[in-house]
Design a protein around this ligand. Structure first.
Ligand code: GTP
Ligand code: MG
Length: 279
């Protein structure tokens, strides 16, 4: 059963191109979101990991819970994977670049590709590696549409489009949409997505934190009622004073994905995925 709802043509083409290129590459740097390092894993890296090193960069550490990021780094390193955790807007790429330079063949530049799912910061990392803001960066998934080479000092770097796994469960896509890495509007709409997020956050103290950032309290109510209150608070109203639930949902998802309501980490190493047992 195909369960993916967002897999546009540029992803299929990008995957094909990466496969063709993979013979020429010395190193793959896979960017994952530090807020969900398992859910944001790339479907491509597993297919080629046997042939060359795949290093992991956990991006957006400024939006994740610091201690959780440390646990993820230990987890990956414990598996023998080289991993870095970075706020890519700040850079601090020197240790990564020094390690990569050691893989450089004596007769030519090092060829590396930056890969990963949409909106995790691949192009931002690439710009840091080449030292110029050349590759387009943007806050919505699907900014990079093709596979392109860029030249840096001693490096040839490939930027690639974000590619999701066409076999992923719908629930994975819902969670990726909370982070801004999947298209929210094609996965059941913002209202449904945001209610799912409220339900998830309600399982811990995260909901209190989110609500208090808007000066609101947690009440004993359904996720739908919580979303309605958020809509009132943010002025997402239509004629007659009714709440526009889809707009309220969009605002909540945007605030969550961009870190406006605080730092969050959605998963810990070894977490189970209960939805995978569902028929
Ligand atoms: N807060 C924060 N934002 C980041 C970080 N890295 C990237 N971003 C932001 O995340 C968004 C996506 O960055 P891109 O580099 O375009 O992501 P991408 O993986 O190339 O995305 P696609 O090309 O759409 O697949 C942009 O708004 C960046 O400014 C980070 O470490 N912290
Ligand atoms: Mg990009």
């Amino acid at each position: 059963m195909t369960r993916t709802v967002w897999y546009p043509g540029h992803m299929a083409r990008g995957l094909r191109k990466l496969r063709e290129l993979s013979e020429k590459l010395d190193l793959l740097v896979e960017v994952r979101d530090a807020r969900a390092p398992a859910l944001t894993g790339s479907p491509f890296s597993e297919q080629v990991a046997r042939f060359r090193p795949v290093w992991i960069v956990l991006s957006k550490t400024d939006l994740a819970v610091e201690e959780a990021t440390e646990r993820w780094l230990s987890f990956f390193r414990g598996q023998g994977v080289r991993a870095w955790a970075l706020d890519l807007r700040k850079g601090n790429l020197e240790p990564l670049l020094r390690a990569a330079a050691r893989l450089r063949p004596s007769h030519r530049e090092l060829r590396l590709a930056v890969i990963g799912i949409p909106n995790v910061g691949k192009s931002q990392l690439l710009n840091g590696i080449i030292g110029k803001s050349t590759a387009p960066v943007g806050g919505i998934p699907g900014i990079t549409r093709g596979v392109s080479w860029y030249k840096g000092k001693g490096f040839l770097v490939v930027d690639s489009p974000g590619i999701v796994d066409p076999r992923s469960h719908r629930e994975v896509h819902r969670r990726l949409a909370w982070l801004g890495s999947s298209k929210s509007d094609v996965i059941g709409g913002y209202e449904d997505l945001a209610e799912g997020l409220v339900r998830f956050l309600g399982g811990s103290s995260m909901l209190e934190r989110a609500l208090s950032s808007w000066g609101m309290e947690r009440l004993d109510e359904t996720p739908s009622d919580t979303l309605r209150r958020i809509g009132v608070r943010l002025g997402c109203l239509v004629k007659g004073g009714e709440v526009n639930m889809d707009l309220a949902g969009k605002r909540l998802i945007e605030a969550f994905s961009t870190g406006r309501i605080g730092r969050f980490t959605l998963e810990e190493p070894g977490d189970s995925r209960p939805w995978e047992d569902e028929p």
